[in-house]
Design a protein around this ligand. Structure first.
Ligand code: MRU
Length: 357
């Protein structure tokens, strides 16, 4: 394991009035650099251009954005609230962003130090949460695909870079690899911004996990040809009925997986489950700039001014998923189940659904 990967994806630097530090995810894999974001404007720009991305990392960025605002405007709570709303609104699909903002904002009446402490607590919880959900997802995957090291297909990046540390979907792969149970990861490149090629492959190399990269359009045929035992991804928002929004292309992979009887497992923290959203139809899908599709790294890949459809996410219906696994609950066979040790932790969950697939 390289030493660079031990840095947190996003963090708080308490020196010089406080600032957010972030691994610059636009620069990877070519360059590993840490940015220091000292203003809310810089943080908002970093979230908008995917310097910081991935649902749990966005939650951390949201809380840290409020911490920055509280430090800059200690005597102006209205200004802090306005800045907080600006941060929360940058990306609409990942529920963690607004949740992170709200969590830090809840301490505003106690002063800036309390807001910073709330943001730092969220960061501290992230890695432990991800280790728990990674273990739970790895247990489920070995139950679904027993007796052999797995060939896993993944899409986008749900690794340490998408969280504060460790990752969700790729965290489960990390856990499986620690158990000697990964034969290969097939990583879809994830057009248009190549989070799979640039970030997931970079993380898999750091982990020392065998992997191959494929173009997104090869994923379905890899599944159909029997090259994949399980599809494992993260999520940006999971509705109460188990529908899951994730990077555009996830739905197509889930359709292919259903056709071939390959399980699709979504791995996400409780904070990504939005029980106020009844189904995936209610999830707002972020549409991004046309130039992300018309060009790559400044090089045109289509005629200029070509009209573009560029949704950043899609929704996979729960019926196509073997399970959604969080650190305290599992959605399976149409209902949420909460294991005995976590009973009471997820108030909105009910019922039990641990049947076999
Ligand atoms: O646009 P991005 O890169 O923020 O999209 C990220 C994803 O879709 C991830 O799969 C999702 O956030 C889960 S990350 C643990």
């Amino acid at each position: 394991m390289s030493t660079v990967s031990t840095a947190r994806t996003v963090d708080w630097d308490g020196t010089d009035g406080g600032a957010v530090t972030a691994i610059d995810q636009r620069a990877l894999p070519g360059e590993y650099r840490i940015l220091r974001l000292a203003s809310v404007d810089e943080l908002v720009a970093a979230v908008a251009d995917l310097t910081i991305r991935g649902a749990p990392a966005l939650g951390a960025a949201g809380a840290l954005g409020v911490a920055l605002a509280a430090r800059r405007h200690p005597d102006d709570p209205w200004r802090v609230r306005a800045e907080a709303e600006r941060v929360a609104a940058v990306r609409p699909t990942a529920v963690n962003l607004r949740r992170g903002v709200e969590r830090a904002l809840a301490r505003l009446d106690e002063g800036a130090d309390a807001v910073v402490a709330a943001a730092r607590a969220l960061l501290d919880e992230d890695e432990a949460t991800n280790r728990r959900l990674g273990r739970r997802a790895a247990d489920l995957l070995t139950e679904l695909c027993p007796g052999r090291p797995l060939r896993v297909l993944t899409h986008c990046n749900s690794g340490a870079l998408a969280t504060v540390a460790r990752g969700t979907g790729l965290g489960a792969v990390h856990e499986l690899a620690d158990r000697g149970l990964v034969a290969e990861v097939l990583a879809c490149e994830t057009r248009p911004l190549l989070q799979g090629a640039r970030l997931t492959v970079w993380e898999l190399r750091e982990m020392g996990v065998p992997h191959r990269l494929c173009v997104d359009s090869a994923g379905a045929s890899a599944i159909a040809r029997g090259l994949v035992d399980a599809v494992v991804v993260g999520a940006d928002r999971v509705a109460a009925n188990g529908d899951a929004a994730n990077k555009i292309g996830t739905y197509a992979l889930a359709c292919a997986a259903a056709q071939s009887g390959v399980p699709v497992v979504v791995v996400a923290p409780d904070t990504t489950v939005d029980h106020a959203t009844a189904s995936g139809a209610e999830i707002v899908i972020e549409e991004r700039a046309p130039d992300e599709v018309r060009a790559f790294a400044g090089v045109p890949t289509a005629p200029p001014d070509t009209p573009v459809y560029n949704p950043a996410f899609d929704v996979t219906p729960a019926a196509l998923l073997a399970a959604v696994v969080t650190e305290s609950a599992t959605f399976r066979d149409g209902a949420w189940s909460v294991p005995v040790e976590a009973a009471g932790a997820v108030a909105a969950n009910a019922g039990s659904a641990c049947g076999s697939r």
